[in-house]
Ligand binder design. Structure first.
Ligand SMILES: Nc1ncnc2c1ncn2[C@@H]1O[C@H](COP(=O)(O)OP(=O)(O)OP(=O)(O)O)[C@@H](O)[C@H]1O
Length: 514
């Protein structure tokens, strides 16, 4: 007798969620089978995060129902979701720096954690079984970003996991770490765990996922088998027929130096920060310099020194053209012509509770938005509207609060706000972080245009493909030291990978000795 197939692990029937001015999920139907790796694709603002939050009990849908192993269920909150066997790994980790791996996982598990010692043993066993070895006694601040992600995944695995949701998990990983993660995910799926994988990186979706569901404007717009598609056809499913095809940009060599850093040494005020060691760097007018690196190797400290959040002891350590600026405040540097896109979108790039107009004003005030000490609100509103229109920011209006935008849309707004001020120097961390494929191409073009108008652009990113695509010269930062910066055509991905691991300066130890 033929056996009936098992019911889907998770079924969504007619899920809808309305936010003020935005129908984020509109009658969504979706099945995820046991052992299936299912991709959720869609443009920025398509409704992916909202749907995940519905599944994880963080957001209540207005309509629709969820079936779990064939039975209707109401997920009350994340604790309930975890009890059911649903785990979620967010883009931003919520770990306590000064606690150990075990203590962090115990806190997350709450009453289910039990005694610390058996839990540590379980962490060790589970992490080794899934090829993501982690020492339970290590304090979080000693771990790399990739290792921190392991902690988050292991936190889900020590429970009886049946569905693992991952929100853009590879954006913080090196190519080698991505390979390791995929081995783990395949093993988990092989054992029957279902995986919901959200990503904008279509080549990864193709390599990993059995099925994909595409969302557009809150609705399911298509489904596909990623192995049968190529990245262009998947991109078309996401954004319609006019998908910009991937392109290359001519490399340029800039002329005169606009941004120069001379032997920058910095002790980070953060006890877990990285010490910058003898950084020398020049970015010329009319070129893009890319700096790669695994997060936590001094990028944050370098960016803080360049933006002015962290001042230098000597004014001449940093110069803009011939002007020493090392001791100048961020707004004085902006007056000179600097624009800056920080790593953190909410909190540094934008004030979460402020409207888009107010956020436009925060860095755009020097472009005539404040006159005689008064805010010229009409101009500020027009500037916000221009950014929204030119960068296709999906939002009901310029009055929307920054934290109501989807991650990718807020990123588009921040980068648009900076580029549209026509800076002489632009420093950008992760310019297309979380941004969909169409918008990423638009941002790359805008950066290239700015370069061609003579701006000096420094991009700090973990996305090596992006750095090779847009940078004219390229290098890496490791442990607070900077590699030689080479013309991009003379470098290669393996070489840059080695530089990211610090393999660029055998004399480094000698040089850092005072
Ligand atoms: N708390 C909120 N208040 C108002 N609108 C919201 C809220 N959360 C999300 N939205 C809106 O719902 C829509 C869907 O957002 P969601 O974050 O689900 O998109 P996404 O597909 O995950 O996008 P991204 O790829 O940029 O992360 C967006 O237009 C967003 O502005």
């Amino acid at each position: 007798m033929k056996q009936n197939p098992p019911p889907p692990r998770l079924t969504l029937r007619g899920i809808s969620k309305q936010y003020p001015g935005c129908l984020a999920n509109d009658d969504i139907h979706l099945d995820i089978a046991p052992a299936e790796i299912h991709a959720l694709l869609g443009e920025n603002g398509a409704g992916k995060s909202t749907l995940m939050k519905v599944i994880y009990g963080l957001v209540k849908p207005d309509r629709g129902e969820l079936l779990w192993d064939g039975l209707p269920i109401e997920v009350k909150d994340p604790a309930h979701a975890r009890k059911m066997g649903i785990g979620m790994v967010f883009q931003h980790f919520s770990l306590f720096e000064t606690l150990t791996v075990t203590e962090n996982i115990a806190l997350a598990l709450g009453d289910d954690a039990g005694e610390l010692e058996p839990l540590a043993e379980k962490i060790r066993t589970v992490s080794e079984k899934y090829g993501m070895a982690i020492n339970p006694e290590r304090e979080i601040h000693t771990l790399s970003v990739g290792e921190r992600q392991r902690v988050e995944i292991v936190r889900c695995l020590v429970q009886n996991i049946k569905l693992l949701i991952l929100d853009e998990p590879t954006s913080v990983l090196t190519p080698q770490e991505v390979d390791t993660l995929f081995v783990t995910l395949r093993q988990l799926a092989h054992e029957g765990c279902s995986i919901l994988f959200i990503s904008h990186k279509l080549n990864e979706v193709k390599a990993l996922c059995h099925k994909a569901t595409v969302l557009r404007s809150g609705r399911v717009s298509g489904e596909c088998i990623p192995a049968d598609e190529d990245t262009t056809s998947m991109a078309k499913l996401m954004v319609g027929d006019d998908t910009p095809v991937s392109t290359t940009y001519p490399k340029k060599l800039g002329n005169s130096p606009l941004l120069s850093v001379h032997d920058l040494n910095l002790n980070s005020p953060d006890p877990f920060g990285v010490q910058l060691k003898h950084i020398n760097l020049t970015v010329n007018a009319g070129e893009i310099v890319g700096i790669a690196g695994v997060a936590g190797n001094g990028q944050e400290e370098l960016l803080a020194s360049l933006s002015g959040e962290q001042r230098c002891k000597d004014n001449k350590t940093i110069t803009f053209a011939d002007t020493p600026v090392g001791k100048l405040s961020p707004d004085k540097r902006r007056e000179w012509g600097l624009a800056f896109v920080p790593e953190e979108r909410l909190g540094r790039g934008a004030v979460p509770e402020m409207s888009l107009t107010e956020n436009a004003l925060l860095t755009g005030f020097l472009t005539g938005l404040v006159q005689n000490g008064m805010v010229a609100w009409k101009k500020a509103e027009a500037f916000a509207d221009d950014i929204i229109a030119q960068y296709k920011v999906k939002t009901p209006s310029r009055q929307a609060q920054a934290d109501s935008l989807s991650g990718g849309n807020l990123q588009k707004f921040i980068i648009g706000r900076e580029i549209m001020q026509n800076p002489r120097i632009l420093i950008a961390a992760h310019p297309t972080w979380g941004v969909d494929i169409g918008a990423a191409t638009a941002i790359h073009k805008a950066l290239i245009n700015l370069r061609d108008q003579g701006a000096a652009i420094l991009v700090v990113s973990e996305d090596i493909d992006e750095l090779f695509l847009i940078s004219d010269r390229i290098g890496a930062i490791c442990d607070g030291a900077l590699s030689p910066i080479k013309p991009t055509p003379e470098s290669s991905i393996p070489e840059l990978g080695r530089m990211m691991a610090g393999d660029f300066n055998p004399a480094r130890e000698e040089r850092v000795t005072p």
